[in-house]
Every structure is written in C-alpha cells, then in structure tokens.
Write a protein that binds this ligand. Sequence first.
Ligand code: NAP
Length: 265
Amino acid sequence: MSIRVAVVGASGRMGREVVKAVLGADGIELVATVDVVNIGEEAGSLSGLAACGVFVEESLETALARGNVDALVDFTIPTSAMANIETSVRHKVPAVVGTTGLTPADVETIRGWSAEFGTPVFIAPNFAIGAVLMMQFSQQAAKYLPNVEIIEIHHERKLDSPSGTALRTAELIRDSRESSPLPSPANPIEKVAGARGAEFGEVHIHSVRLPGHVAHQQVIFGGTGETLTIRHDSFDRVSFMPGVIVAVRKVRDLTGVVIGMENIL
Ligand code: NAP
C-alpha cells in the first residue's frame, strides 16, 4: 500500500519541488497540499507538472481530519512549522520537517509533543546527501584540526541566518574536537561590528545572502602551514529531494524525534 503524503508549504520554493518529487516517487501518493497562498490552485500544475487532482487548501487541521494521511512534509517558516508539527503529531501523523530556524527550545517542545502522542518526527537541517557528507567529513577533520570557520551562502530570500546546516555543522564540530581551538585574539580590532561573523560552539560562522545562489557552504580548517576546505553546493532544490523521499519512507518507523539525515541513511 502506498504512503499517503500531505505537503505543507506546497506553494513555496521547496514545497513545489517536494510536490514534484512525491508525484514522481514509486509507492508514495500525494493526498493533500496546504499553504497560506495559492489556495484552491491545483498542486500538480502549480509545480509545473500535469494536474494530479490535489488542490492547495488552507487548513492543515481539515486536511488531517480526513484521516487519509500517513506522513506529513513541512517546508514553511519556523513559526508556522511549530503549529503544523503540533497539529500533525496530535493527529498521529508522523512528520518530516525541513523548515530551518527552529530553536533548541522548539526542538524540546517537539520532543514533548512526540512523546505525549507517540508520533515520530524527523527533522533535517539539510536533506542533500552531499551536505550530510560535508558535515560528517567536517566532524572527522575537527578531531585533528580544531581551528575552523564556516562560510555559508544562500539566496537573498532565506529568512534565517546562520543556516540550519551551518549551526548543525558547528554543533558536530564542537562535539568531536579533541582539543580546543586557538583562542580568538585577545584584543581584536573589529573595525566594523560583525566582521568576524557570529560565534556558535567556538566556531565563527559567516552568512552571505545573495541572489543567484541556492545553498552553499565551505568549512575551512586551518592547521600548521596548511588548510583544508570542505565545500558543498546545492545548485538546485532538486538536490534535497532524494533525502526527503527517504525520510518519507522511513519516518513512520522512527521513535520520538530524530534529527539529521545521517541517522536514517
Ligand atoms: P518559501 O518559498 O518562502 O516557502 C515557504 C512556504 O510556506 C510559502 O509558500 C509560505 O507562504 C508557506 N507558509 C507559511 N506559513 C504557512 C502555514 N502556516 N501553513 C502552510 N504554509 C505556510 O521558502 P522555501 O525557500 O521553500 O524554504 C522553506 C523552508 O525550508 C525554510 O525554512 C528553508 O530554510 C528550508 N529549507 C530546508 C532545506 C533542508 O534541506 N532542510 C533546504 C532548503 C530550504 P508565504 O510565502 O505566504 O509565507
């Protein structure tokens, strides 16, 4: 029997790509699309494909109340995502969450909902396989090269910064370092505030927002007389789709809240 999926944020850049991926995947069926814009429009046509008979609707509650959804995919904005996840979990519909910008406190709240209703939730800051490998390689390199900075580049309409991928990379680096990085200079002359970027887990993160980009990251390690740069580029949102489809196939078998593609591949 196929997995029946609802896509929330279906009118957005990622949502449209997810609709296409779900329509093209074997054993997965699109049964609902929800957004706050393009309500009443046909979801297949909206995504540039042939009509599939699923129309964008406004209320996730109404969509899930029909009782025919096996898994939800959310690519919206953090404030909306929290409400959508709560609704999904309450309806016992496992959720795949791609929306970034959720805080650690948000994740704790989601853990509480997931435990209360016994509904799994999968959250990935990045669904692209190359990005997952970039994070793993960075984690490995940080054991030997503790001095590292991240430059992440995204399209100009991205709402959150730093990116969820950069924060997750910094977290993994922090957890795997076996020695401390060299301290930042004691009296840095930062002639322009923020020139050294933001700091998270003793990793400086620089966020660039420019038209023409999708999602890109460089993790630059500095050693004695050498550097190592690990770089990943998503040139097209289609790069995230194999990961989304894997997550849709696996989310029902997870327990509680699972974070990161590396944990389900
Ligand atoms: P986007 O184009 O702005 O799409 C978000 C869509 O969700 C918009 O149509 C938005 O409507 C809609 N929306 C807002 N609130 C909603 C609600 N309550 N119910 C239903 N729909 C709602 O953004 P995007 O570029 O697709 O990115 C979406 C999210 O995915 C962002 O958080 C981004 O960082 C993340 N992302 C994750 C990955 C990953 O691999 N995890 C990769 C790329 C992007 P309005 O336009 O009216 O607000």
